[in-house]
Design a protein around this ligand. Structure first.
Ligand code: GCO
Length: 442
């Protein structure tokens, strides 16, 4: 399948997952530092203290990107590296780091694509309620102002938030992510403030970075009924409200889905739901992170409750996520149909598989990841054929890295990292992606 000539091929990563240097050059504590150092929260007690040591090794990593021929690198900025206590004093050393990364990318002809928030929230502000505090909107905008003033002359592609569903629901409802809270009221407060912050920050970024493309990255997950029973169909729509519409509707319609507002009832007490109108600020693009679909089924004996299941014989990644590329095509088509956004980028897509035993002739063989990427790239190409304005595709991830609560066990990289030595070794999938970029075809 061929891609348009000007299609943007990229790789993606995020600050906490790769940088390490958790206590260097004045970086403040983030919620993930606190969370990962709390026993029992992360597999094997892993932390992002060192991670891929990208903070020191970024020249080597950018050289890898250049050798693969990638056009763009999506990275994120660590808020507490810039503002150690979340607000107030600016840590110039933190800004300098990102400035050096941006310059090094540009020197190789690689376009920087910066995400302002990919989950490493300043602990000092979490101590004041984090995203559940209405002041978080202003905290975030002030931080974003500092970053976009410093880098906005050279970075021309900005994502404000990465996956607000994860920040709010994994962080404050399920507690699987930092800050590890389990409280529905807090989760919906956090989600609300994330939406308000999106609306408030877009004009600030535009002002500081003239001519830049500005957007948000959401992680829609298709919610399909596991059977044709009316109850499964009804619950699948509810799951869609929870996972997708609760974020898509604010961003594109300026309102919350009424069916969900009714269902959530007093969980939303005290929130000014109408204020979410401000979230429907025009953006230049929408970023989609795509990994999986859910098949929704009623839970027997627990009326109104649903769970997700897998189809018989499903092929799974190491995360237990089903390999189903058609889901990407369908979701891109749906998002294009239901929103007026002029451009869409897949800002993340990729897969974890177990580490291959040892490299052969200097390459780790990862045939499943190659097949995964081929499948999803073809899924993306099919969406373009159906009229979706898909402009680029970022593979998650360049390097094996800190996979949140799974620690280092789950490897998403197209480049292998030996975490004992920090040695980088190509996997076959990196060479496959290099060919895709060179040929403009998957
Ligand atoms: C995400 C996450 C990434 C994960 C990836 C694989 O944006 O979902 O940003 O940080 O590592 O999704 O789970």
């Amino acid at each position: 399948m061929n891609f348009p000539k000007d299609f943007v091929w990229g790789v993606a990563a995020s600050s906490y997952q790769i940088e390490g240097a958790a206590r260097e050059d004045g970086r403040g504590e983030c919620t993930w530092t606190r969370f990962s150092h709390t026993p029992g929260k992360v597999k094997d007690g892993d932390t992002g203290d060192v991670a891929c040591d990208h903070y020191h090794r970024y020249p080597e990593d950018i050289a890898l990107m250049r050798d693969l021929g990638v056009h763009s690198y999506r990275f994120s900025v660590s808020w507490p590296r810039i503002l150690p206590t979340g607000r107030g004093m600016v840590n110039e050393a933190g800004l300098d780091f990102y400035s050096r990364v941006v310059d090094a990318l540009l020197a190789e002809g690689i376009q920087p694509a910066a995400t302002l928030y990919h989950w490493d929230f300043p602990q000092a502000l979490e101590d004041q309620g984090g995203w559940t505090n209405p002041d978080s909107v202003k905290w975030f905008v002030d931080y974003a102002d500092v970053v976009t003033r410093a880098l906005g002359d050279r970075v021309k592609f900005w994502v404000d938030f990465n996956e607000p569903w994860c920040s709010s629901m994994l962080g404050y409802l399920f507690g699987q992510h930092a800050p590890g809270v389990q409280d529905a009221v807090k989760a919906y407060r956090a989600a609300h403030h994330l939406m308000l912050a999106h609306g408030a920050v877009v004009p600030v970024i535009r002002q500081n970075s003239p001519g830049a493309q500005v957007g948000i990255t959401l992680n829609p997950v298709p919610q399909l009924p596991a059977t044709s029973s009316p109850e499964d169909i009804r619950l699948a729509w509810q799951a869609d409200g929870f996972a997708n519409r609760w974020f898509f509707d604010p961003v594109f319609k300026g309102s919350y889905p009424m069916d969900m507002v009714k269902l959530l009832g007093e969980t939303l007490d005290g929130l000014d739901l109408d204020a979410v109108q401000s979230a429907a600020v025009p953006t230049d693009f929408l970023g989609i992170n795509y990994y999986m679909r859910w098949l929704i089924e009623a839970i027997p004996g627990r009326p109104g409750e649903w769970g997700s299941t897998l189809p018989e014989g499903a092929e799974l990644t190491a995360m237990g996520w089903e390999v189903y590329p058609q889901g990407l095509t369908d979701m891109l088509v749906r998002v294009h149909r239901e929103t007026s956004v002029p451009a869409i980028y897949v800002t993340e897509c990729g897969a974890a598989y177990p580490e291959a035993a040892a490299p052969v002739n200097g390459i780790y063989e990862d045939p499943k990841r190659v097949a995964f990427l081929k499948g999803y790239l073809n899924g993306a190409a099919l969406a373009i054929q159906q009229g979706v304005p898909l402009k680029g595709f970022y593979v998650w991830s360049l390097l094996d890295n800190f996979e949140w609560a799974h620690g280092y066990e789950k490897r998403f990289g197209i480049v292998h990292v030996d975490f004992a030595t920090q040695k980088r070794t190509l996997k076959r999938s990196a060479l496959y992606f290099k060919d895709v970029i060179r040929n403009g075809a998957a």
